[in-house]
Design a protein around this ligand. Structure first.
Ligand SMILES: *Cc1c(COP(=O)(O)O)cnc(C)c1O
Length: 384
């Protein structure tokens, strides 16, 4: 092509936004936590504490790290096992599900996207709660479906800001195809009991897919918290999703999965990219799954950390949303953005949640005792 042709093409103004499919035109991209390297560049300091993305402060499972030093690096030139057989086999052993019930994802976000692409489109809708995980509106809108958002529990409810299942049921209509439920929910940390969820499953129309997102399952220690995976046999419209990003400390590798009826799994696997989970991630996740110590110790440190945060909140009269996740939403009692920026100056990254309709809260990941102390002290200073 000559220079004149290049110039001519440049002058043709095409509105590509108008050409994008309707859902994508107005889509707001997911906003991740600020990366450590970015703040390092901005502040020129190196002792940065990131409590912004619910990552495991203990790091990756040691079993996973050991596995990474062995086989997978030998096979980088080869495509991974597109079926993820070894990981699926381990999931079968650990979870007691059948191999046909498993769908592997590039993170559980990938699985949420597969669900949307399999079941949602223009003219259909998905129901979820106010303050629910940000990926639900994104995957819903991207495929042109409507998001029907139920009001959350009121502030004076026993589970403030939590999912109101009655309100969600009331929104379900003939066009509803998917309901997204996060248990516990991110960013609120609120959760649903076995009784509440079971009553919901009994009343939801059988043709509506109910997704129970259990990204923080392994952290929860409440007697009434359900193991919904055991329900999949009884409810063929139920999909349970979990991840290796949180308690197993493998967020960088991107592995998650769904457990569902074989019929639904077969649909999800049709739209799945053939090699959506890479070989390094498969090897690490397979090894991590047998790391019971990682789960026990991480959950214990998290429980201690939650207690430490709640004691601090009570001591300094900070209001907070009671959480069973590895994070806590603390109410700054004012626009939280300047507080977030004040914490950045203290080299601490937390997460503003105004995009979740919580403009006065900051979501803070539970760290080690030492990290929590540093963050609490910094917050005290910034709020003064
Ligand atoms: C972190 C998180 C996920 C998991 O994301 P991955 O893609 O597996 O890293 C899913 N759901 C919720 C509610 C989360 O907070």
């Amino acid at each position: 092509m000559t220079t004149t042709n290049l110039d001519k093409n440049k002058s043709i103004d095409i509105d590509f936004n108008a050409l994008a499919v309707t859902g994508v035109q107005g889509l707001q991209p997911y906003v991740p936590g600020k990366p450590i390297e970015e703040l390092e560049r901005e502040l020129g300091v190196s002792n940065i504490l990131k409590l912004a993305s619910n990552e495991n402060p203990l790091g990756a499972s040691s079993h996973a790290l050991r596995a990474l030093l062995q086989d997978p690096l030998q096979g980088l030139a080869l495509y991974p096992d597109g079926n993820g057989f070894l990981l699926k086999q381990r999931l079968v052993n650990v979870l007691g599900v059948a191999i046909k019930q498993i769908t592997l994802g590039n993170g559980s976000n990938d699985v949420l996207d597969l669900i949307a692409r399999s079941f949602l489109t223009t003219g259909r809708n998905a129901v979820f709660s106010e303050h629910a995980f940000a990926v639900y509106p994104i995957v819903t809108q991207a495929v042109g479906a409507e998001a029907k958002i139920a009001l959350a529990n009121s502030v004076d409810h026993a589970m403030p800001y939590g999912h109101d299942l009655e309100a969600m049921l009331a929104l379900i209509d003939a066009q509803t195809q998917v309901v997204f439920i996060a248990n516990p929910n991110n960013p609120t940390g609120t959760w649903l009991t076995s009784d509440e969820l079971e009553r919901f499953m009994e009343r939801v129309p059988k043709k509506v897919i109910v997704v129970v997102d259990e990204a923080y399952f392994e952290y929860v220690d409440e007697a009434e918290y359900p193991n919904t995976m055991e329900w999949v046999e009884h409810y063929p419209n139920l999909i349970v999703t979990r991840t290796f990003s949180k308690i197993y400390g493998l967020a960088a590798l991107r592995v998650g999965y769904a457990i569902s009826s074989p019929e639904i799994a077969s649909l999800l696997n049709r739209v799945r990219q053939p090699f959506n989970v890479n070989s390094v991630a498969l090897a690490a996740a397979s090894a991590a799954l047998e790391d019971e110590e990682q789960v026990l110790i991480s959950a214990q440190i998290n429980r201690d950390g939650l207690q430490q945060w709640m004691r601090a909140c009570e001591k300094y009269h900070w209001s907070y949303i009671p959480s069973v996740g590895n994070f806590i939403c603390v109410d700054m009692g004012r626009n939280a953005l300047p507080v977030y920026e004040g914490l950045l100056q203290e080299a601490i990254i937390v997460r503003p949640v105004a995009n979740y309709k919580l403009p006065s809260h900051l979501r803070i990941t539970i760290g080690t005792q030492e990290q929590n102390t540093r963050c609490i002290d910094a917050l005290k200073k910034v709020l003064k």
